[in-house]
Design a protein around this ligand. Structure first.
Ligand code: DGJ
Length: 558
């Protein structure tokens, strides 16, 4: 019996798919991550939840009033979840005096609009700097020391080596989580929390404060060297090579264990940021144990530590983060680069379910989202700056200047379709009956993917254009030989098989279905010229705008 039939049988006899809490300490009635079948999913009110998200611009959520006109626009774009910052300076403007008026207003706005939230804790760091720390922290550089440059100057970033910074940050975060438990512990408006934002050091590769200088000259903590030894075979290959090139030592200072170069500075800072963040996270989780994560700014080709955020949770240092920060549930990439598949693949690893808190929007974002949900069983996707005006009906928000950037209609159209297919997609993720292809970059012309007993081969239908630079398509198995296909971009898809007999695959039928008023309406059967007499499936860059997907049935012949 194949996996699909097994699932149907299991459902018929009302036996649930075995599920495992992820991590083990998650409280069972709260939003949590859980391994269900082949996927790790976000469970909200006991049901898997697919985050069709968007992240606000950094300061939009500092004003409840400002947000009033934003919420309806996000609803009109078919989001179900909004990622928004809560800044330390907003909730603790004076030391020890907490003010949750803004947080409560945001919760109210979200609830009125039936939206869920992912809270981004802008504590000590936002993109390596400390611009969202309260004034009483910023101005007291004696008590709250800064990262220092090699020539001993203070920077505008708090030092992760300072226990005063850490403890003040942890206290504030714990108060926020306590408050969320008190006001949202039953409603579950807030689904997850990100701690800090894109941490790391720039423009130098490490902190040169006296505390940091002593730490780098001291022994690498045994917790880390033990971790390297016990996880040697599964370490990130780059990290393993760095460690082995320096002799795979189990003792020594940082330069002895990892080498005398800026990579060591990066690993050293990763350990320090992770250790610090683990304390913040643990303090918050003790109050209210929601899923918790950190996000990473990625590396441009040939950039050195310090040119990129040195110490951030990057693929080559995630093992260091794991050793130092066991309270974190996962590591999330902010993917703005064109090589989306490369970066998403790098983070979708065993033990690290994929969630993308920041990404490009527009048609590129729509193609990338299909790949993330379909190929990598992501549980969430979220373009950044979602409160830009986009293509939302302008009368809804009173905007009179329609020339505002950027156009997020592709995301809006995609989410309109996905919101009606969420439970089908989540079931397919559980049984491994889903895949997706992405054609990106000038050289790539095709993509090949396996789903069920079939192979789908997708080729670009034309040259990359400014309106559809990428082609993305998701294949959702709803029966052993029946698939729903949602695409963005112009493409031609053929089907074949490598297993089972008979060996040849034919297209039994292609139906177009349109998303209309909350349901799917079947229109034409496309078994003529449109599919080259049943030989190919054609996808068009206009499909999303039309709300169109395809139902493809396949058969086998000798
Ligand atoms: C990445 C950051 O994490 C966001 O807060 C925002 O600053 C974007 N960059 C802007 O592109």
């Amino acid at each position: 019996m194949n996996k699909f039939a097994t699932l149907v049988l299991l459902q018929l006899i009302a036996v649930g798919i075995p599920s495992t809490a992820f991590p083990q300490n998650a409280r069972s009635d709260l939003p949590r991550l859980e391994k269900r079948g082949e996927a790790v999913q976000l469970i909200v009110d006991d049901k898997p939840f697919l985050v069709l998200g968007g992240e606000l611009h950094n300061s939009s959520s500092s004003s409840v009033e400002y947000m009033k006109s934003i919420w309806p626009r996000l609803v009109a774009m078919h989001l179900n979840t909004v990622l928004l910052p809560v800044a330390w300076e907003t909730i603790e403007p004076e030391e020890g005096k907490f003010d949750f008026t803004c947080v409560d207003g945001l919760l109210e706005g979200a609830r009125e609009n039936h939206l869920k939230l992912v809270v981004l804790w802008y504590g000590a760091w936002k993109n390596t700097y400390s611009s969202y720390a309260p004034a009483w922290v910023k101005t007291n550089t004696d008590r709250f020391p800064r990262i220092q440059s090699a020539d001993g100057r203070d920077t505008e970033s708090l030092s992760p080596f300072s226990t005063d910074v850490r403890d003040a940050d942890a206290r504030a975060f714990a108060r926020l989580m306590k408050h969320l438990r008190e006001v949202d512990g039953d409603a579950h408006t807030v689904l997850m929390v990100q701690v800090e934002n894109e941490v790391g050091v720039i423009p130098e590769s490490r902190d040169h404060s006296p505390a940091a200088n002593s730490a780098i000259a001291a022994s690498v903590p045994p917790l880390l060297t033990n971790y390297l030894e016990t996880h040697r075979s599964s370490l990130n290959p780059e990290l393993r090579a760095t460690w082995e090139a320096a002799g795979a030592r189990s003792t020594g200072n940082w330069q002895e264990v990892f080498g005398n170069n800026s990579t060591t500075d990066d690993l050293f800072m990763a350990w320090q940021f992770a250790t610090y963040i683990d304390r913040i996270s643990a303090a918050g989780m003790a109050e209210y144990p929601l899923p918790i994560f950190v996000n990473a700014a990625l590396i441009r080709p040939n950039y050195e530590p310090g040119q990129y955020n040195s110490g951030g949770p990057l693929p080559h240092s995630v093992d260091i983060w794991r050793a130092a920060a066991p309270t974190l549930d996962f590591y999330a990439p902010d993917i703005y680069f064109n090589e989306f598949a490369f970066w998403a693949d790098s983070y979708a690893r065993p033990g690290n379910p994929l969630f993308i808190p920041e990404a490009q929007g527009g048609p590129t974002g729509a193609a990338n989202a299909l790949y993330a949900f379909g190929r990598l069983s992501a549980f969430g996707f979220s373009p950044f700056g979602i409160d830009d005006h986009g293509n939302v009906p302008l009368d809804l928000v009173g905007i009179t200047n329609p020339s505002e950037p950027p156009d997020n209609s592709a995301i809006s159209n995609l989410y309109a379709e996905l919101s009606k297919l969420s439970s089908t997609i989540l079931t397919a993720q559980e049984i491994g009956g889903i895949t997706a292809g992405l054609i990106e970059g000038d050289e790539q012309r095709s993509a090949r993917m396996a789903v069920g007993d079939y192979i789908a081969s997708m080729s670009r239908g034309g040259p990359p254009s400014s309106t559809s630079p990428k082609v993305g398509a998701m294949f959702v198995q709803v029966n052993p030989s029946e698939f729903l296909v949602i695409g963005t971009g112009d493409a031609v898809v053929t089907f074949s098989a490598e297993t089972s007999w008979p060996p040849n695959v034919g297209i039994e039928s292609v139906d177009e279905e349109f998303s209309e008023n909350g349901s799917w309406v079947t229109r034409r059967r496309l078994n003529g010229d449109e599919t080259s007499q049943g030989h190919v499936l054609r996808l068009y860059s206009t499909d999303l705008a039309q709300g169109r997907m395809f139902r493809v049935r396949l058969y086998r012949y000798r």
